[in-house]
Design a protein around this ligand. Structure first.
Ligand code: ATP
Length: 348
């Protein structure tokens, strides 16, 4: 018998078809207790379907789902120790926040005094302790999001499933909520499974990330592992911005055949098109096709003499916007440490 201790979720060869569409095409995954785990991927890659199968809203076509070592594949949603937070919070407009948060406990016949105490504690966890008697209409979007979280936490589930919970918020608020959500998760110690198509969000918040593509997982790893050692060209392109050097350009520049991923922030742009040989460095020469001043940084798109293009991102330490304009159409040298030539494994 295998030991499942410490494992919150275990998926084995999970599949789901809707008619001819294979939404999930064989997913194996282990998520540890207390992890902040993100499922990241483009629209239609199957993340939400996996989440809905874990929640019990969608029966799998085949495969198994275990929660805390117990096979729950055929159990109803309410028989599983999980709670789902959706993007459209679904709060009851006529109830106060306390009533909204306590509602699930009422359904489960928890005594009134305990209900109220737990609802207040959950509202305090999301920093809304002074808002208990308000109604949802009197709240901002971010506050409503927090009420939805409080409602999820009050039932003390072992696992919280979150489907793009920050999707409806504007960028500033979204960034603030990312930090808060991560802090909250650490505090309560509940396993979070977070679905997003936003790679920055996944990189910021997660202990580990699974990158989905066409119903399959292409890579599971820590944010740094996925960013620095992408397992496929797809992952390199989807997570962060990546330059892929292939075929002749790779042979000429890196000196070896294969596909290489180089992150734009690793590449230094030099004003002179002649690059002196520096030990352990890779160099190239090209013409600036496009230069974009971004405030804190400048992005260069360079047509390489060896063929292909590279994007380079430079911090604007001493650079002004006038300096940047002078680069347009200029011949430049490019240089980066050879350890940043990451060889992408061949397609799966
Ligand atoms: P998004 O970020 O847009 O939600 P996703 O990665 O979560 O995308 P899913 O919602 O899991 O992707 O969908 C995966 C595939 O399954 C898509 O092709 C989708 O159209 C299809 N699909 C999902 N739900 C159903 C359904 N109820 N009936 C038919 N097809 C479905």
């Amino acid at each position: 018998m295998e030991l499942n201790e410490g494992k919150a979720i275990r998926l084995r060869d999970l599949r789901k078809s809707f008619g001819q569409t294979q939404a999930v095409a064989g997913v194996d995954l282990d998520i540890a207790d207390g992890e902040f785990f993100s499922m990241l991927g483009p629209s239609g890659s199957g993340k939400t379907t996996v989440l809905r199968m874990i929640a019990g809203f969608e029966p799998p076509t085949s495969g198994t789902i275990e929660l805390a070592g117990k096979d729950v594949t055929r159990l109803a949603p309410f028989e599983r120790d999980v709670h789902t937070v959706f993007q459209d919070y679904a709060l009851f407009p006529h109830m106060t926040l306390e009533q909204n948060v306590a509602y699930g406990l009422k359904v489960r016949k928890v005594p009134k005094a305990e209900r109220l105490a737990r609802a207040r504690k959950a509202l305090a966890d999301v920093r809304l302790e002074d808002f208990g008697t308000r109604r949802p209409a009197q709240l901002s979007g971010g506050q409503r999001q927090r009420v939805a979280l409080a409602r999820a936490l009050v039932g003390r589930p072992s696992v919280l499933l979150l489907d793009e919970p920050l999707g409806a918020l504007d960028l500033k608020l979204r960034e603030q909520m990312q930090v808060e959500l991560k802090a909250l998760q650490r505090e309560v110690g509940i396993t979070f499974v977070f679905v997003t198509h936003d790679q920055e969000e996944a990189l910021t918040m997660s202990d580990r990330i699974a990158v989905f593509n066409q119903g399959r997982i292409e890579q599971v790893g820590t944010p740094a592992g996925i960013y620095e050692r992408p397992a496929s060209a797809f992952v390199a392109g989807f997570v962060g911005t990546s330059n892929l050097l292939v075929a002749e350009a790779a042979e000429q520049i890196v000196g070896r055949a294969g596909t290489y991923s180089i992150r734009p922030e690793k590449i230094r742009v030099l004003r002179e098109p002649v690059v002196a040989h520096a030990p352990e460095h890779t160099t190239a020469v090209g013409t600036v096709a496009e230069v974009v001043y971004l405030g804190d940084a400048t992005r260069f798109l360079v047509n390489l003499d060896a063929g292909g293009q590279l994007t380079a991102l430079q911090q604007n330490l001493d650079t002004s916007s006038e300096d940047v304009a002078a680069y347009r159409g200029a011949r430049v040298g490019l240089q980066w440490h050879q350890r940043h030539n990451f060889r992408v494994p061949e397609a799966l």
